[in-house]
Design a protein around this ligand. Structure first.
Ligand code: GLP
Length: 242
C-alpha cells in the first residue's frame, strides 16, 4: 500500500520530494510538517529554499516538528540537528521560528521534555506529512532495532553501528553522542502521510527488507507496511534489488 517514485539520482529524488512537500504547503498553508535530518534530505531543503526564492513558496504559517536530536549537544553545536535545520532550511525561508520545534537535547528533565514534545504535536493537530530518511540498520528517527516498537517521544541509546555511521560528522567516535531524543514509532505512525526518501546503493538492502521483509521491530522502518499513506522516493541505486 505505497507509492514509489524512482529517480535517476539523489538530486532528482530531492526535487520530487520537495514537490510533494510544496504541494502539501500550498494545499494547507498552516500544515504541520514532520522534518528529518541526515544527508538524504539535504537536496530536499535546497530545492524548497529555491522554490521559496523563485516562486514565493510561503512558509509563514507552516509549523514543523523534527524527528530527533542528540542528547548533550547545544543548539549551537555544529553537529546538532538544531544547527542543521537552521543552516540547511530555516535561515533561508520565511518561517516563524515560534512555529518550529526540535527536541531539546539539553533539557534538564529529558523525560518531562519528551512528554511535552508529544503533547505539542497533539496540540498542533497532528502531523500532516512526515519526512523520513532511513538508517543503514532500518532506524527511522533514532528508533533503533529493538525487541518492541517504541510508542511515543522518548530518550534512547544509540547503537554502536549508528554512532559509527554518524562518526564522519565528528572528530572522533568518542565525540558522537550516546543518546538521543526521538519521536517514537507510534508518533511517526500517527502522521497522516509519510514521505520516505532513500538514496544510494548502501541503502538498497535495508530498503528491500523494509518493504518486502517481515514487519519486525529489529527493522524499525518495516512498520511502515502498516501505514495507509506512504510515498517512497528512491534513486535507482537504492532500488537496485527491488
Ligand atoms: C540519522 C538520523 C535519521 C536519518 C539516518 C540516515 O542517524 N537520526 O533521521 O534518517 O541517520 O542518515 P543519512 O540520510 O545521512 O543516511
Amino acid at each position: 500500500n505505497f507509492t514509489v517514485w524512482k529517480t535517476a539520482d539523489p538530486a532528482s529524488a530531492g526535487k520530487i520530494s520537495a514537490e510533494i512537500i510544496a504541494k502539501t504547503v500550498i494545499a494547507k498553508p498552516d500544515c504541520l510538517l514532520g522534518l528529518a535530518t541526515g544527508s538524504t534530505p539535504v537536496p530536499i531543503y535546497k530545492e524548497l529554499v529555491a522554490q521559496h526564492k523563485k516562486s514565493n513558496l510561503d512558509f509563514s504559517k507552516v509549523r514543523t516538528v523534527n524527528l530527533d536530536e542528540y542528547v548533550g549537544l547545544s543548539a549551537e553545536h555544529p553537529q546538532s540537528y538544531h544547527h542543521f535545520m537552521m543552516s540547511n532550511f530555516f535561515d533561508h525561508i520565511n518561517i516563524d521560528l515560534q512555529n518550529t520545534r526540535i527536541p531539546d537535547g539539553m533539557a534538564a528533565d529529558l523525560s518531562a521534555f519528551c512528554d511535552q514534545y508529544e503533547q505539542q504535536i497533539t496540540n498542533w493537530g497532528g502531523i500532516d506529512l512526515q519526512l523520513l530518511g532511513i538508517g543503514l540498520n532500518g532506524h527511522i528517527g533514532f528508533n533503533e532495532p529493538a525487541s518492541v516498537f517504541t510508542r511515543r517521544t522518548h530518550l534512547t541509546d544509540l547503537t554502536e553501528s549508528t554512532r559509527k555511521a554518524n562518526q564522519r560528522f565528528f572528530n572522533s567516535l568518542d565525540e558522537v553522542p550516546r543518546q538521543a531524543i526521538t519521536m517514537g514509532i507510534g508518533t511517526i505512525m500517527t502522521a497522516r502521510k509519510i514521505l520516505l526518501v532513500c538514496t544510494g546503493i548502501k541503502k538498497a538492502e535495508i530498503l528491500e527488507r523494509t518493504f518486502f521483509g517481515p514487519i519486525d521491530p529489529m527493522v524499525p522502518a518495516s512498520v511502515l507496511q502498516f501505514h495507509q499513506n506512504v510515498t517512497v522516493v528512491a534513486d535507482e541505486a537504492a532500488l537496485k534489488t527491488i
